[in-house]
Design a binder for this molecule. Structure first.
Ligand code: ARG
Length: 464
């Protein structure tokens, strides 16, 4: 069999091999082997197109495809051996093909460069991952929806500035995260459109004099369009920035929910209990149950934001067209994908089997604060008092109650009448947390009828 050492000898222009350290420094095979399936898919599409265009014979194309499929099988059973001598996945495949086929294998790279090849592989790979992440986001939404469905009438204190503000339907609070995840999905669909363009056939940078047909390879690989400009085709990495930016927002949303879960699980809040399936112990303090899972998700944000910075910096000073700097995009993209995929999996499991809401604690929390103060002001507005004046009156009442260590509901009807003669006994009804929540029926508000509408709409949306 003919042995070809592509990486070490290049063309006849080179006289000596690479310095061994330089060879390792230059190589990407240790990580871009992840692109093997896509490299084979791209090469098969290219070979078939070369055959159809008469650049090689159909028989040669058939043998090349057979060789590439053989490599796929070898990889499947762990027999596709690569080493640093291969430099990258593209050379590794070509080297093995030439081992298998001899001179015919040498025809595969006609009218193509590793520059358009790597761009094609990366886009094919990322397109699959975007579709997986979309499904993972949907699972996360469904896990939230189960809790929301079970907790329409469960109340939870709502906060602004992390100060008790107004009580909420717990379902309403959870639905806010479903909305965020939906925007994440939409953003990824938008990014996908720009990932889904074929650079193949841009060749090194200028196109090629070989009579290829770029639409044929694009179609075979499921790309609806090709890059119109070959220079742009080999040097566009905007999509990697857009993707990592969209994923940064996914991580931010997961991190904000993580932070709430961590707070809620603390003794200070006690709104949730972590089950033994997802909580961990301390090596020293026997009483502890730690929320390691949401803490890790919160912590992992840094990696993705770092990857975004890495990509932005990598691209910003590069002249057209391809530059080897681009080899650095892969680890940033791969790490972004594995981080978001594992974080989504962990958060879905946490929601599915890792936490329970403490109904008693939540009920006490919403009944023992001044989060119904706005409702007294709104009550006075209903009696014809201008809002700003009502606001002042209630502010004074809250101050007096605090001084006496009582709540608004503890004031007697005589005391209320003294505060303002328009107040009647129905004030007590208005102060009850359930009524407070029920009354907020403005569009998008926490009123049960509104939240019920949202639940119904999400059930339909997420069912499909
Ligand atoms: N391993 C390279 C990368 O990831 C493949 C393209 C190499 N092209 C080149 N002209 N050296 O970008």
């Amino acid at each position: 069999m003919l042995k070809v050492d592509l990486a070490n000898t290049w063309s006849d222009r080179f006289e000596s091999g690479l310095n061994p350290f330089v060879q390792r420094f230059n190589a990407s095979i240790s990580f871009d082997i992840k692109l093997l399936q896509e490299d084979l898919d791209g090469s098969i599409a290219h070979a078939l197109m070369l055959g159809e265009c008469g650049v090689i014979t159909n028989e040669e194309a058939r043998q090349i495809v057979e060789g590439l499929e053989k490599i796929r099988l070898e990889a499947k059973v762990g027999n596709f051996k690569t080493s640093v001598d291969d430099e990258d996945v593209h050379f590794a495949v070509e080297r093995r093909l030439i081992d298998l086929l001899g001179p015919i294998g040498k025809k595969l790279h006609t009218g193509r460069s590793r520059n358009d090849q790597v761009g094609t592989d990366l886009r094919l790979w990322l397109r699959k991952r975007i579709d997986e992440i979309d499904q993972q986001l949907k699972r996360f939404q469904k896990a939230l929806l189960v809790h929301a469905d079970n907790n329409l009438y469960t109340l939870i204190p709502g906060y602004t500035h992390l100060q008790r503000a107004q009580p909420l339907s717990l379902a309403h609070h959870l639905l806010a995260y479903i909305e965020m995840a939906q925007r994440d999905r939409e953003r990824l669909q938008d990014v996908r459109k720009r990932v889904n363009i074929s650079p193949l056939g841009s060749a090194a940078l200028a196109g090629t004099s070989i009579p290829i047909d770029r639409m044929k390879t694009a179609k075979a690989l499921g790309f609806p369009a090709i890059y119109a400009n070959s220079l742009d085709g080999v040097s566009d990495r905007d999509f990697s920035v857009e993707f990592t930016s969209a994923i940064s927002l996914v991580m931010i949303h997961l991190s904000r929910l993580s932070e709430e879960i961590i707070l809620w699980a603390s003794d200070e809040f006690s709104f949730i209990r972590l089950t033994d399936r997802c909580a961990t112990g301390s090596s020293l303090m026997p009483q502890k149950k730690n929320p390691d899972i949401p803490e890790l998700v919160r912590g992992k944000c840094g990696r993705v934001f770092g990857n975004l910075q890495c990509l932005l910096t990598m691209i910003k000073g590069l002249p057209l067209s391809y530059n080897k700097d681009f080899q650095e995009d892969k680890e940033a993209i791969f790490d972004t994908v594995s981080t978001v995929q594992s974080s989504l999996e962990a958060m879905s499991i946490l929601l599915e089997e890792g936490l329970e809401f403490c109904q008693e604690k939540l009920a006490i929390a919403v009944a023992t604060d001044f989060s119904n103060a706005t409702d007294v002001a709104d009550y006075l507005v209903g009696k014809g008092i201008p809002f700003r004046q009502a606001y002042q009156i209630v502010g004074r009442v809250v101050k007096d109650c605090l001084a006496k260590g009582i709540l608004l509901k503890d004031l007697s009807i005589d005391q209320w009448r003294e505060i303002n003669s328009v107040i009647e006994a129905d004030i007590y009804e208005k102060l009850a947390p359930k009524q407070v929540v029920a009354s907020r029926i403005s569009q998008g508000g926490t009123g049960f009828v509104r939240v019920e509408e949202q639940l119904t709409s999400w059930r339909t949306q997420l069912d499909s």
